[in-house]
Design a protein around this ligand. Structure first.
Ligand code: SF4
Ligand code: SF4
Length: 433
């Protein structure tokens, strides 16, 4: 436990960082590391000119004329159909092929650079080259062959290359993927919103931590307010949805409530994360020491009250992605450990790094363990199960927790019946009991 204790002492964080020495050595000092997927060797001139590129998007292609929006019923239908095709069907198929890799959601790191510096964030490094078109195309083709239909574009900040993202969204949406775009919103100009909306984006998840910018927390709503308003307004024209993603830190707890109300007033859902220190020490992360965003033991009562407030809002019908149990478990996580939970990383979700190497989840991004590459995965359920006995006690990855919560057939059937009873309208989108 020396590694854990050492890191805990340095951060002063309440989060027990995060893996023990044995697991750390397995994941950070493996005998053989992953090698980047080699570039495709074209066999002919035409393959060379076509196969390695994403097609140029047709723009505009959207069927509705400018100034006309979908009505409420059409908008609901679009999103219900998408949910059925991209979430429900792949989920059902994955249950029938339980021994295969069946990602329900895949995270494609098209970028690992970022245009801002959130002090808690180790998920960017401005020395890492962005994904190539060849790799993006091969990743999407491979994911399609595994039955995956939800593609989350990740960073860093994906919109650093808006033209590239337009191409990726266009290509994936044409193949029937539900495309999820998380962004800090700084580069989300109206013309960018129009292009990704026109290409068929499914959801934009706007990461916002505070209303006014604070030292260490640059993702402030007021820095991007005109873009936010335009993004909300254009939902009904293009049919996408919007969410707000909020990280609970030492310095933004009042903002969390204010942002929750702003999201509610704009009719969009929220999802919450508890600020966590990195899973491993990593050289590119510069804020491990004296980080003012990390929760400290003095925060516990206030964060407990904040989580109770959010749970209460969820009960009142505020749209939130987090299951209520997740928010209860966050209280345990900030004090130390949670009970192991049935994480599905490496089985029903995965990440693809810019060079095409695979890992089971976002917290394992920096691991050098070899889980294979695009088209040639090496996920092994026994290795994953062993690893999760340890890592799931110090991790509450929101996306993976939600997936594990949903990966429960009886819960899904109860939710489906509830939706059917309400004509697939007006019932919360999450799988609460
Ligand atoms: S915007 Fe996102 S990727 Fe960039 S520093 Fe902040 S949390 Fe990290
Ligand atoms: S619990 Fe799951 S998401 Fe969290 S680190 Fe372990 S494998 Fe990754």
């Amino acid at each position: 436990m020396a590694e854990v204790e050492n890191l805990e002492r340095r951060t002063g964080a309440s989060v027990p960082v995060r893996v023990d020495v044995q697991l750390h050595d397995l994941l950070m000092k493996p005998k053989t590391g992953p090698t980047a997927t080699p570039p495709l060797q074209p066999k002919s001139r035409s393959e060379e000119s076509q196969a390695l590129m994403l097609p140029e998007p047709v723009y505009p292609q959207h069927p509705l004329p400018e100034g006309v929006d979908f009505n409420e019923r059409q908008y609901q239908n679009i999103n219900t159909k998408r949910a059925f095709k991209c979430w429900a069907l792949p989920f059902v198929k994955s249950r029938f092929r339980a021994s295969e890799l069946r990602p329900i959601i895949a995270y494609l790191f098209t970028e690992f650079k970022c245009n801002v510096d959130c002090h808690y964030c180790w998920s960017y490094n401005n020395d890492v080259k962005g994904m190539t078109e060849d790799m993006a195309r091969r990743s999407i083709d491979w994911l399609e062959s595994t039955g995956c239909r939800v593609l989350a574009l990740m960073g860093g900040e994906p919109l650093l290359r808006p033209g590239f993202i337009h191409k990726v969204v266009y290509y994936a949406a044409k193949k029937g993927f539900y495309v999820y775009l998380p962004t800090n919103g700084r580069l989300m100009r109206p013309e960018v919103i129009d292009r990704v909306g026109d290409a068929g984006i499914g959801i934009v998840n706007l990461a916002i931590d505070c209303v006014e910018e604070k030292p260490g927390l640059p993702k402030a709503l007021n820095r991007i307010r005109p873009y936010f308003d335009y993004l909300i307004k254009r939902q009904r024209h293009y049919g996408y949805t919007v969410m707000m993603n909020i990280n609970i830190t030492h310095i933004n707890q009042d903002d969390v409530k204010e942002l929750t109300e702003i999201a509610r007033a704009n009719g969009i859902a929220t999802d919450y994360h508890l600020n966590e220190a990195p899973m491993f020490e990593q050289d590119h992360f510069k804020h491990l020491d004296d980080n003012t965003t990390y929760l400290t033991p003095d925060d516990f009562p206030k964060v407990d009250a904040l989580l109770d407030y959010l749970i209460d809002k969820s009960r009142q019908g505020y749209k939130m992605a987090n299951p209520q149990q997740h928010m209860h478990d966050m209280k345990k996580l900030m004090r130390g450990k949670v009970k192991p939970w049935p994480c599905r990383a490496g089985q029903n979700n995965l990440i693809i790094r810019p060079a095409g190497t695979l890992a089971p989840c976002f917290p394992m991004y920096s691991s050098t363990y070899d889980w294979g590459t695009v088209g040639d995965h090496k996920f092994d359920v026994h290795q994953l199960d062993e690893m999760k006995k340890t890592c799931s006690t110090t991790c509450l990855s929101t996306c993976n927790y939600i997936l594990s919560h949903c990966y429960d057939t009886s819960r899904v059937i109860r939710w489906g019946l509830k939706q059917a009873l309400h004509g697939f309208r007006g019932v919360s989108g999450h799988f609460e009991d």
